[in-house]
Ligand binder design. Sequence first.
Ligand code: URA
Length: 238
Amino acid sequence: MQRLDKIIADRTSYSRSEIKKLIKRGEVMVDNEVCESADKRFEENADITVCGKAIGEKYIYLMMNKPDGTVCAVRDSRERTVIDILPEEYKGRGIFPVGRLDKDTTGLLILTNDGELAHRITSPKKEIKKYYIAETDKPLTEEDIAAFKEGITFRDGTKCKGADAENLKSDEKFRVGVTISEGKFHQVKKMLAVCDIKVLKLTRINIGNLYIDVKLNKGECRKLNNIEIQRIFFSNFN
Ligand code: URA
């Protein structure tokens, strides 16, 4: 629970004195009722209108089905970013992508303006598992699967933690499922390259227990619901 004037200050650019005046004048409604006391406490996600206009919540949590051809950056002078393709209502709210997927990687991407959540997801200490499906030029051998379990060493000598890799049943194409608990640059592609396997397409399916919503088309996003947000904050993801 938080003071009404503090909630409004967090969500808008009004000064504290402007907020007090607006509240006194009866211009502020909380959950459809006028509230004239600045120090009354409400849930931080309460529905609030100021002068009849809804003011958004402080933190926004989105999942996007990232399309091919977009970069995980807030802005880029040459490339289309995942922020460029957000619906207008989410622009200018300080939202950024949590972690990085390559330009040609698709699938689950979390976007938020909450630095604490981003840190929880990307911190190497948390070892959050991420599952990817790769379309490849050939299947894994038993030796490859064992090497993943042991921990692949990149060609430059960088050692990865143990990971799970499996061949997936597929009609004509080769598909490989890979679970990793770190986020090194181009990690999945480089791990498979060590096994002499080329990745043709790569998509991320889940981050911990948050799965891509199959109803989202490529490039679409939606807000995470409260259960999904709680899961990210409080589960150990493994
Ligand atoms: N591993 C990769 O190689 N690329 C990604 O985008 C994510 C994981």
